[in-house]
Design a protein around this ligand. Sequence first.
Ligand code: SAH
Length: 375
Amino acid sequence: MSAASIVLGLSPGALKEALLAVGIPQKAAAMRTRQLWNWIYVHGARDFAAMTNLAKDFREAMAARFSLARPDVVTEQVSADGTRKWLLRGEGGQEFETVFIPEPGRGTLCVSSQVGCTLNCRFCHTGTQKLVRNLTAGEIVGQVMAARDALGDWPSTGENRRITNVVMMGMGEPLYNFENVKAALAIVADGDALALSKRRVTLSTAGVVPMIGRAGTEIGSALAISLHAVRDDIRDRLVPLNKKYPLKELLDACRAYPGLSNARRITFEYVMLRGVNDSLAEARELVRRIAGIPAKINLIPFNPWTGAPYECSDWAQIEKFAEIVNRAGYASPVRTPRGRDIMAACGQLKSESVKQRAGERMAQLRSAELARMPS
Ligand code: SAH
C-alpha cells in the first residue's frame, strides 16, 4: 500500500475493508470505522493525532498509511456581498472551484463535479475551458470539507452551522460523473457524517435523460433541470445536449422522477437572455409544457463574462416573464446574482488560475528586470 491512501470519499464499507487490509482485527474494524467516520466527517479532523480517544498505536498506524487530505486551497476570494469562492487543487494538480453563498438563516455551498465541462452550453463560461476530467468522490466531498475548514464550520452537526445546503451547480455535469457524485452525496447526506438531509441537497443537470431516474432512486436528492428554453430549435443552440435528449424526453423523465410531490418539486432553471428566450409567448409556452409537474421556476439573470455572445434581459422583461409563470401557480423567484465581482455567479466558474499565475510571475520578472536597468 502506498504511503498515504486517501480516505475522503470512501464508503463506510470501503473504509472498513481498508482497515482490515492493514491488519486491524475483524472484531475491532466495525467500531474503528465508526469512530474514524465521526472524527473525520462530524468533527472535521485533519489528522489522526487529533483523535484523542483512540489508542495511540492505532492512530500512528493509521497516520503511516492513510491521508485525510482535502483538495488544497489555492486562493480564496470574498465578494462585496459576502459570497466566497475557493480555487481548489486536486490530485494531479488540476483546479476547480467551490462557492459559498451566505443568506439570512442559511448558507449554500455550490459544489463542482468535474474540472471543466463537456456540454458547451453557449452562455456558460465553464464550457469554454479545454481541460475536462471527472472529480473523484474524495474531491467532491472534499469541497464541503475544505469549505467547512475555511469557515470554521465544525462540527457538521452544530446548531449554528453555516453550510446548511449543498447544490451540485458548480463546474461540470454531475450526471456524467454519476458514481463519484453518488458516493460523495451519500456522505454529505449521512446523519453521522456531513449531516445535510437529502432535502437540502440539490443536483442540477442539463438533461442527461437516461440518468435522471437513477439519480432519483440511487441519490434521492432534490432535482434541478437547466431548461433555459421551451422550443427545441432554441434549446439545441443554447444547450447542445438537447439534440441528443430533446425537450419532450426530458420533461417525460421529469414527470417520472421518483418521489415527486408538491413537497418535493423539481426546480426548472431558466437563464434570461435578452431577445433569445425571454418573450412573454415563451413564458406562456413554458407554463404549458411543464403542466402537471410539481415545479418551481428559478429565473436566473444572465451573468456576463468577457466574450460571451449574449446579454441579460431587461429587469422589466424578467418581471413580466415571472408574473406570467407566477399567475399560473408556480413560484418563480428571480435568482439574485451573487458574487459577480469575483466571477463566482452561475456560469462564471472557470479555473484559469494557472494561466493567471504564470502571467503574474512574468510581470514580476519583468519589473525586477526593469529595476536593474540603469535609469
Ligand atoms: N451541468 C449542470 C450543473 C451546472 S449548474 C447543469 O447544467 O445543470 C449551473 C447553472 O448555471 C445551470 O443552470 C447553467 O445553465 C447556469 N448558467 C450557466 N452559465 C450561466 C450564466 N452565464 N448566467 C446565468 N446562469 C448560467
